[in-house]
Structure formats: structure tokens, C-alpha cells
Ligand binder design. Structure first.
Ligand code: ATP
Length: 324
């Protein structure tokens, strides 16, 4: 089997992995052009972690091919390990060491000389906004700082491909945005990134292209815009002055839109997908007005990646929390 062209940094072909009767991966194909971010999305148990573990040489598939930075992951794992960085939810940070010590240690483990390991640690701490915290034990760091340190650890060896496995799960919105900034910088430097995430907004912000997997198979791929276009139409959203009007409003919405309307008495919101955009909006407002229903706010929105996910898998992404 010949390696992919140099402009393809990651190639996975027909990957199959079974656990007993479970087909964790059932023929997954994906490709990441060098310097791009691929978002790998899927509900719990879809096969994301299995894919990540195979690419990072931690697990062997039953069949299929995987290439990273021109090297065959299965036949030649050593050069792959030198070229790939992994950062994830299970932060590889030693809490008792300082930020500097953590990164210095990783550098030494990768065989750097003392001075070079120190210099690289200081450089990464500065880049990740951890200079001031550098000499404090990591156990005093916030969640966001720990993630940044973990990400820095994955970059010590200057990998050409970085795998980010749910890099912002559990972070507050501020920590998430900080981490996104760091990831954007990484890509600006030409690093190729495979990103798994359960936050569709994260894929929307960061990924050049997206692969959606479910039950070990690829069920959709494309840019965020292409995936959104597949859902079609727009979402008509209303906020009512009174929750009492919700049942009547949902009846109006189901007349002007397609599919089932959704409503929430607590937030007084109602919504539905519409194919005719402004025309449906005007018709809905006309009918609500005729019933003396007061609308506080109204808007037409393009489908979000959440809508895409829902239409592809039949359930939302962030509501998939299950104990592992
Ligand atoms: P999550 O979002 O929960 O991490 P995932 O998309 O990463 O999900 P995987 O962890 O790759 O999914 O799991 C894919 C399937 O393989 C699931 O059905 C899972 O139960 C099964 N599986 C994974 N690892 C093992 C294992 N070591 N033994 C048995 N079954 C496994």
C-alpha cells in the first residue's frame, strides 16, 4: 500500500474494529489535508475514541489502513508517535508538578537536552498565557489553564498532526473561548488537527470540514455550510408575551412550517422549520395577530449544526450525556 500524497496529512481507509459482536468501526474513511482542521462528530458510542486510539497507535484495527504524516500507522508506528500529539479530556497533567516542570519533563521524555527542553517549556508557557503560573503546582490551576497546559504538552515535540479529543468538555464558556483561540493559532502555524467534540458550535468555529459518524459508519461529511444546506429551509422562532398562548401558537406554526413545531412554556419560545422563509413568517404573524396573540420577539435563522445533527441522527448532540 502506497502512502498518500504529501498534502494529505491523515488518511484513514475502510477502518474496521469489532469488540465481540459490537462493530465499533464499520468501514470508516476520512482524510485531512495538511494544515486543516477536521471535526469528527458523533453521538456517544459512535466510534470517535476508537478512531483516535487507532490513529495515535494505541489500538490496532481488525482491518483497514491509516496513515499519518506519510507513515503507515500499523506497519510503522514509531515515526507516527514522533509526529503526532494527543491532547484530550483525560488531561495528561501531573498535578503535583508546576506548569514548567510538566512541560520540561515531556521534553526530556522526548529526548531533548536539558537546555532545549527548558527553552521549549518556557516558549509554550508564554504562548499559552501560562507564564505567570509557570512555577506554581498545576493543582492550583483553573480547568481552562489545565487544558491549555495539556495542549502545550501535546505540542512539546512539535508534532505535524495534533489530535484534540474533546478539548473543551467541562470548561466554562470563557475557558472554551480561550482554548479555541489557542487552537486557531496552532492551525495558523500549519499544524493539522483532528478534533472530536460534542459541542457543535466548536466544530462550526474551528473545523474546515466535518465528518459525522454514527454506529461506526460515516453518515455525512462536508463543510459546516454544506451540512447546514442539507437540512434546508430556515428556523422560525417566536417569543410570546404569555405562555398561555403557546398551544394556539404551536397550531399556527404547524400550519405554516414543516415537521413538528417545538415549544417551551418556561421560556415562552416556539419554533418550527420553514421552507418559505419571510413568507411563512408574515403568514404566522398575521394568523397570530388575528387571534390577538402578542409576540414579543421573532426571527428567522439558518439551521445550526445542532439542527443538522438532529436531522441526521434523530437526536441532539449535547443532550447525549451518559455515564461512561
Ligand atoms: P464517546 O463519545 O462516548 O466517547 P465514541 O464515539 O468515542 O463515544 P467509542 O468509544 O469509539 O465511541 O466506542 C464505539 C463502540 O465500541 C461503542 O459501542 C462502545 O461501547 C464499544 N467499545 C469501545 N471500546 C470498547 C472495549 N474496550 N470493549 C468493548 N466495547 C468497546
Amino acid at each position: 500500500m502506497s502512502p498518500p500524497e504529501p498534502e494529505i496529512a491523515v488518511r484513514v481507509r475502510a477502518l474496521v474494529k469489532t469488540y465481540g459482536s459490537t462493530r465499533a468501526l464499520d468501514g470508516v474513511d476520512l482524510e485531512i489535508p495538511a494544515g486543516q482542521v477536521l471535526g469528527l462528530l458523533g453521538p456517544n458510542g459512535a466510534g470517535k475514541t476508537t478512531t483516535v486510539r487507532i490513529l495515535t497507535t494505541l489500538l490496532r484495527p481488525d482491518s483497514g489502513e491509516a496513515w499519518v504524516a506519510g507513515h503507515d500507522v500499523l506497519a510503522d508506528p514509531d515515526p507516527v508517535r514522533r509526529r503526532i500529539g494527543l491532547s484530550g479530556q483525560y488531561a495528561a497533567v501531573d498535578e503535583n508538578l508546576t506548569g514548567f516542570e510538566n512541560l520540561y519533563l515531556v521534553g526530556r521524555l522526548y529526548g531533548r537536552k536539558r537546555a532545549a527542553a527548558k527553552a521549549r517549556a518556557r516558549e509554550l508557557l508564554a504562548r499559552f498565557g501560562l507564564e505567570e503560573a509557570a512555577d506554581r503546582p498545576a493543582k492550583g490551576y483553573s480547568g481552562g489553564m489545565r487544558r491549555r497546559l495539556d495542549l502545550a504538552g501535546a505540542l512539546v515535540a512539535e508534532p505535524t498532526v495534533v489530535v484534540l479529543d474533546e478539548p473543551t468538555t467541562g470548561l466554562d464558556p470563557g475557558g472554551r473561548i480561550d482554548t479555541w483561540e489557542v487552537i486557531k493559532e496552532l492551525v495558523a502555524d500549519g499544524t493539522t488537527v483532528l478534533l472530536t467534540t460534542q459541542y457543535l458550535e466548536e466544530a462550526d468555529q474551528l473545523a474546515d470540514s466535518i465528518v459525522v459518524i454514527d454506529k461506526g459508519r460515516v453518515i455525512a461529511r462536508g463543510t459546516a455550510d454544506q451540512l447546514k444546506a442539507r437540512v434546508g429551509g430556515e428556523r422560525l422562532e417566536l417569543v410570546l408575551a404569555s405562555a398561555d398562548d403557546l398551544p394556539a401558537t404551536l397550531r399556527v406554526l404547524s400550519d405554516v412550517g414543516t415537521g413538528e413545531p417545538a415549544g417551551d412554556a418556561h421560556t415562552r419560545r416556539a419554533e418550527i422549520l420553514v421552507e418559505t422563509g419571510p413568507k411563512a413568517l408574515i403568514e404566522a404573524l398575521r394568523r397570530l395577530d388575528a387571534q390577538s396573540i402578542t409576540v414579543q420577539d421573532v426571527g428567522l435563522h439558518r439551521p445550526t449544526l445542532d439542527d443538522v445533527f438532529l436531522s441526521l441522527t434523530g437526536h441532539g448532540a449535547e443532550s447525549r450525556e451518559e455515564p461512561k
